[in-house]
Design a protein around this ligand. Sequence first.
Ligand SMILES: Cc1ncc(COP(=O)(O)O)c(C=O)c1O
Length: 376
Amino acid sequence: VRAPAARVGDAVAAIDTPALVVDLDAMERNLERMAEFARTHRMRLRPHAKMHKSAAIAKLQMAAGAVGVCVQKTSEAEVLASLGVNDIYISNEVVDPAKLARVAALAQRVRLAIAVDSALGVQRLASALAQAGSSMDVFVEVDVGHGRCGVAAAAAGMLAQQVVAHGRSDGGMRFAGLQAYQGRAQHLRGPDERDAAIRHAVALVRAAQAAVTAAGIACPLVTGAGTGTFVHEAASGVYGELQVGSYLFMDRDYADNQPDDSALRFEQALFVKSQVMSRGHSHAVVDAGHKSHAVDSGMPAVRGQALDLLGCSDEHGILRARAGATLPALGDTVWLVPGHCDPTVNLHDHYIAVRGGLDEGRVEAVWAVDARGCVS
Ligand SMILES: Cc1ncc(COP(=O)(O)O)c(C=O)c1O
C-alpha cells in the first residue's frame, strides 16, 4: 500500500511531491459561502461529489446544510454509500441492466435518486426496482442547451407519464421533477453570455414544466446549476436545488471566467505541490506532469510566481519565467493551480489537507480520494 505524501502534523515543507494539497481554510470559506447562499435563497444544496470523490468531504458539505450529494456513476454512488453517505442522486443516465440491478440494490441501503431520458431507460429501471423490491426518486432530464443528455422540453411530459405509470403499476419509482443542467454555460467567459445561456435554459425548463403539468402530473423540483452560473439559476425562481461542484476547490479554468455582479467569490483551494527536479538556462523542470494534473482545460497556473507551465509530459512539467522574473532553483517548491479540478483529483489517491496556509501551515488531515477511478 502506497503511503500518503505526508502525515498529520507534518509541516508543509515536508509534504512529498507531487501531491494533491487542499488549503483547508480556503476550502472551508468556499463551503460556507455556498451553504449561506443556498440558505438565503431558500434553495436545497446538493453539491456534486463527482468533483471531490470523497466521503469525508461529502459529510462536511452535508454537515454545513447540503441535503445530500450528486454523483455521475453507479460505482461512485456505491463507494460513497459504503462510507456512510446516505442521500445520493445519480444525476446521469444508466441504461445497462446489470448496472441498474446494482442501482436497485443500493436503493435498499440509502436514499437514492437517478435521472432518465429514454423510455427504454425507464422500463429497465422499473424492472430492476421490481426485481429488487426497492424504490427511488426519478428525475426526467431535459436538454437545456448543453447538447448532451436529456429529452427536448416538449417530450418531458410524456416521459414523466411513463415514470408515473411504472410507479403505479410496479411501485418502485417516484417522479421527483426535472434535471436541467447547462454545462456549456459554466465556462462562457463573460457574465452576460452566461446570463443569456441560463435565460434560454430557464425558458426550456418552463416549457418542460408546462408539458409535465399538461400531462396531469405535479413537478416537485427542478435541479441543476454549476459554479459558473448558479446565481442565474437561483434568480430564475424556477430551480429549487443547486448541484454545484467546483466551487469548493476551484481551478484555473474557473479563475479565467470574468466574475458577475454577485459579491460571491470562491478562492483557489486545490493545488498540486511540485518541486524543481532539473534546471536549464532558460527553463526549469518540475516533477508533476500529465499523471499529476489534467490539462483538458489547459495548463495549470503557477501560484504566486511569474512563471508559466509551457508543457508537460507524463512525469515532467516545463516552466519558463516571464520577462523580469527568475526561474526557481533546483529543489524549490512550485505550487500548481490545476486547469480542471475534477479529472485532476481522479489522478490521486489522497488529499493532503493543510491548515494555516501553504507557506507556514501544517497537515491537519489526510483524506482518501475514495471514489478514485470509479468510472463505471
Ligand atoms: C450534471 C452536473 N451537475 C453539476 C455539475 C457541477 O458543475 P461545476 O463543477 O461546474 O460546479 C456538473 C459538472 O460537470 C454536472 O455534470
